[in-house]
Design a protein around this ligand. Structure first.
Ligand SMILES: [Zn+2]
Length: 139
């Protein structure tokens, strides 16, 4: 536990939250501000700051929890869609430095736009492709 971390405080019962799900490695609770009906924060029980730090097996458990809760929101709330939102790092606007993923249940006609209107990045793709690819180019 990180004693300065808001989510660690929730996980360890030092701060109140509406916890809707918990298992050995993951937890899900209501955010301070809920943007859609059933908006949840899914986080690992152990303190990891971001995607760069979180263990792969913990990530896998989180995705299992997210799948379970997505179906749960569909069944219990009638959700027709799901958005997953995540931020790692200051540049990505991460506000709480404890790895987490937002699950936003979506409903037809909820009139929300979860895809921000961003300008296209136009820096060219060949050099970028060569830097990023991690597969062998076929001979
Ligand atoms: Zn924490």
């Amino acid at each position: 536990m990180n004693e300065n971390c808001t989510f660690c405080k929730i996980i360890n019962g030092f701060k109140k939250a509406h916890v809707v799900y918990q298992d050995d490695s993951t937890i899900a609770f209501f955010p301070r501000v809920m943007y859609t009906k059933g908006h949840l924060i899914i986080a690992p029980i152990d303190h990891y700051v971001d995607i760069f730090q979180v263990r792969e097996d913990i990530l896998a458990s989180m995705m299992e929890t997210i799948k379970f809760l997505s179906l749960h929101c569909k069944e219990v709330l009638g959700a027709e869609g799901i958005n997953l939102l995540h931020a790692s790092g200051e540049s990505a606007q991460q506000s709480i430095p404890h790895f987490h993923i937002h699950l936003l249940p979506r409903f037809n006609n909820d009139m929300l736009d979860a895809w921000p209107n961003m300008p296209a990045w136009d820096g060219g793709s060949e050099e970028l492709y060569n830097k990023l690819k991690v597969i062998d180019t076929p001979a």
